[in-house]
Write a protein that binds this ligand. Structure first.
Ligand code: GLN
Length: 184
């Protein structure tokens, strides 16, 4: 409904996967997994409520639907936020700080190590990015950058503070699709 959903759809199609856009509860019927894109988390959170999507997404996620939140999406799946009680899904046991990198460096790209994706570093694009400040027991920390956590997994849930859909590197989308295949 808002943010970088077209880029995610394009990345999924390059992986050989179908992608549909979700705007109403009925759209959720046919999906095997859900990506919540980067954008503006307050807007997306409000629209999820306005369109009646919050509860059906929560029910499906609790039932095992793989969900991947990127950037604003990582904010929306966090149970705990620093200094905000904005509407969200609150699925993952992580504590997230919005706009954590300050104004001076509000967007940047760095090569990060993500061991589950192999040896080759991953080009991580951060845009007014949040930072995961804490991951509770049960949450696997898959990557860090400086003092922050940038990629986590908790069972069927995955969250990245960067934008994998804005690079040509499809490894993180493929990793998520393997989570989907494992479930099936
Ligand atoms: N700063 C945005 C927010 O707080 C997230 C930025 C993004 O998704 N690129 O919602």
């Amino acid at each position: 409904m808002q943010g970088a959903f077209r880029e995610h759809a394009a990345a999924l199609r390059k992986c050989g996967c179908d992608a549909v856009e979700i705007r109403k509860p009925a759209d959720l019927e046919a999906i095997d997994a859900l990506i919540i894109p980067g954008g503006e988390s307050t807007t997306i959170g409000k629209l999820l409520n306005d369109y009646g999507l919050t509860e059906p997404i929560l029910a499906k996620a609790r039932d095992g639907l793989p969900v991947f939140g990127t950037c604003a999406g990582a904010i929306l799946v966090a149970k705990e936020l620093v200094d905000s009680d904005q509407p969200r899904l609150g699925l993952m046991d992580i504590k997230v700080r919005r706009n954590a990198y300050g104004r001076q460096v509000d967007s940047f790209e760095v090569e990060v190590e993500i061991p589950v994706l192999g040896k080759e570093p991953f080009p991580a694009v951060f845009i007014r990015a949040p930072r995961i400040e804490d991951a509770r027991p049960g949450v696997e920390v898959l990557a860090r950058y400086r003092e922050g956590i940038i990629l986590v997994r908790q069972g069927n849930l995955l969250a990245a503070t960067f934008h994998p859909e804005l690079t040509e590197d499809l490894r993180l989308h493929r990793y998520f699709l393997r989570m989907v295949a494992e479930r099936q």
